[in-house]
Design a protein around this ligand. Structure first.
Ligand SMILES: [Zn+2]
Ligand SMILES: [Zn+2]
Length: 412
């Protein structure tokens, strides 16, 4: 039974929903929102098969964010057909589904009867702090409504600090995000024995990737266990002693002779990064000679070198997403309203291009009034968008309007 209950619990969807993305030029009965809602409905009507669900639809909690800004949580559907009918009817700006399964998914949080939850990871472009993002992202001033190129902490026109960054990920952003995903998959597989077939990779629909792990060993894990896993992935609290040597305060190196480990996991990754290979997994005098050599030939102290390498090889996940076992998370195959792109499965991560594979298919030509000049590429064509009126296919127009870079132009 579909029941719309208003949310009595603090909302913990990933995308900070309440303040969420405010359309920079939003007005009451915003034509942009009215138009987007119509395009989304058309998309869901034509492409509902893209929506991905497991075999336990009735045990998940669903959440809709509607174009009027309201969030409905604790929704429950008997089956996929009922869910899709509801998505087409309400045409939500965002659709969420709990990685958790419950006895009573529509009950309040403490009455739901938690059965377990798939293990999820979120890798977000914001956390990579890439140099390119500082240049190609834009800044919208909520005070004077000006959009400037680059990331600014204050509006350069009115000096207001009420600014909002418009994320416009480029191919370099995507490449670096993929690198993080690859690291994550390797660690989950090598250090935790998770079968690669059980690791599902999705483009988040905006500026990141979501990884869903289906594994019985983690399904019933509580937040604490998931938290330890995130600490491991982030390389937090790593003891350098585990590398088999110790560096004292005077920067002297001692070999910890009784430390013989299999050369796997973090230890192997770190030693490899430092170009320290172990023979037969044993530490010997040759090993200490090599460390001493590194120490003497580098300006950086050995501890700093190790810490830098930990930074390089740790996986930049958002730990809160993994730890929260009651969260609702964007549903695969639905549109992300921050961009108008679909959260879509990456069958081949290396070749995956979100600007081709995650676009909606709606391609009728529409008029968009752009606020700034910008360049984008979709479906293999590049689009030079000029300030003022542009004629664009709907899949490009949805991106421009969702990003707050232009208004849809409706003939009166
Ligand atoms: Zn301003
Ligand atoms: Zn970039």
């Amino acid at each position: 039974m579909t029941s719309f209950t208003s949310s009595p619990t603090p909302d913990n969807t990933k995308d900070h929903p309440i303040e969420s993305f405010t359309y920079p030029h939003s007005v009451q009965d915003d034509p942009n929102k009215i138009w987007l809602e119509k395009v989304y409905r058309k998309h869901y009507f034509n492409s509902s098969t893209e929506i991905e669900l497991d075999d336990y639809v009735s045990e998940h909690e669903f959440g809709f964010r509607l174009f009027d800004g309201h969030i409905r949580r604790h929704l429950n559907f008997k089956n996929k057909r009922e869910l899709i009918a509801s998505i087409i009817k309400f045409s939500p700006s965002d659709v969420f589904c709990s990685p958790a399964r419950y006895q009573y998914p529509s009950a309040s949080m403490d009455q739901k009867g938690w059965l377990g939850a798939d293990l999820i990871f979120d890798i977000d472009g914001k956390d990579l702090q890439l140099d390119c993002a500082q240049i190609h992202n834009m800044t919208f001033c909520k005070n004077c409504k000006v959009i400037e190129k680059g990331v600014q902490s204050n509006c350069s026109k009115c000096k207001s600090s009420l600014v909002q960054v418009i994320e416009l990920p480029c191919q370099n952003c995507i490449k670096n995000l993929k690198k993080e995903v690859t690291k994550l998959v390797e660690v989950l597989h090598e250090d935790f024995g998770i079968d690669k077939d059980n690791i599902n990779i999705f483009f988040s629909g905006n500026n990141g990737f979501h990884i869903h792990v289906i594994d019985d060993n983690f399904f019933r894990s509580n937040s604490m266990k998931r938290s330890s896993l995130t600490q491991y992935l982030l390389g937090r609290g790593y003891l350098i002693d585990n590398l088999g040597f110790r560096v004292d305060t005077s920067n002297n190196i001692t070999l910890l002779r009784n430390k013989i480990y299999y050369n796997r996991g973090w230890r192997a990754r770190l030693l490899n990064q430092l170009h320290l290979q172990l023979k037969n997994h044993r530490l010997d005098d040759k090993f200490i000679k090599k460390i001493t050599h590194i120490k003497e030939t580098n300006n950086l102290g050995i501890l700093d070198m190790i810490n830098n390498q930990i930074q390089n090889i740790s996986v930049k996940i958002d730990p809160n997403v993994t730890i929260d076992i009651h969260r609702i998370f964007r549903l695969a195959g639905t549109i992300n309203s921050k961009s108008g792109l679909v959260k879509s499965r990456c069958k081949d991560l290396n070749s995956f291009n979100p600007f081709t594979e995650s676009c909606i298919k709606e391609d009728s030509l529409v008029k968009v009034n752009a606020f700034v000049d910008t360049k984008t590429a979709f479906n293999g064509s590049s689009y030079k968008i000029k300030t003022g009126q542009n004629i664009l296919p709907e899949y490009v127009a949805v991106y421009v309007v969702s990003k707050g870079l232009g208004d849809i132009y409706i003939e009166k």
